[in-house]
Write a protein that binds this ligand. Structure first.
Ligand code: THU
Length: 139
């Protein structure tokens, strides 16, 4: 359930993610996901999953939000909230974890939530320990 300082601080960001979920284009899975990404500038980028008849071009809500932000010049982030109509909180897929690892450090808060008031707080290192990153390999 909603508890803890950081989760309360970012409750408003979860509400943005819920609004983004309403735009999900998910006619194949009927599984709608919303994301709200807070940039270091203070700007919020919304994302939803966008499915495709060919299935594999589908883009998750988290990546939609990150790609919107980066394409608008923002590459540093304070927080991400993700929400879905699940029993337990939604957790990002492996591809999204890798994309988040490109731009998130451990100061960035990742909030996983559902539409029923369950919320968990995590970080990219907890979601993807030992991530392949440019820093690690001097790329
Ligand atoms: N999906 C997301 O958008 N984010 C996640 O964290 C997990 C999965 C989407 C992809 C697809 O449109 C649908 O959920 C079912 O996998």
């Amino acid at each position: 359930m909603i508890s803890g300082g950081i989760v309360i601080e970012y409750r408003w960001l979860i509400e943005h993610a819920v609004k983004a979920l309403e735009h999900a284009y998910a006619p194949y899975s009927n599984f709608k996901v919303g994301a709200a990404l807070l940039g270091s500038s203070g700007k919020v980028y919304l994302g939803c999953n966008i499915e495709n008849a060919a299935y594999s071009p589908t883009n998750c809500a988290e990546r939609t939000a990150v790609f919107k932000a980066v394409s608008e010049g923002e590459t540093s982030f304070k927080a991400l909230a993700v929400v879905a109509d699940t029993t337990a909180v939604i957790t990002p897929c492996g591809v999204c974890r890798q994309v988040l690892a490109e731009f998130f450090d451990d100061q960035a808060v990742i909030i996983l939530a559902n539409l029923h008031g369950h919320v968990e707080e995590t970080t990219i290192t907890k979601l993807l320990p030992g991530a392949f990153t440019g820093d690690r390999y001097g790329l």
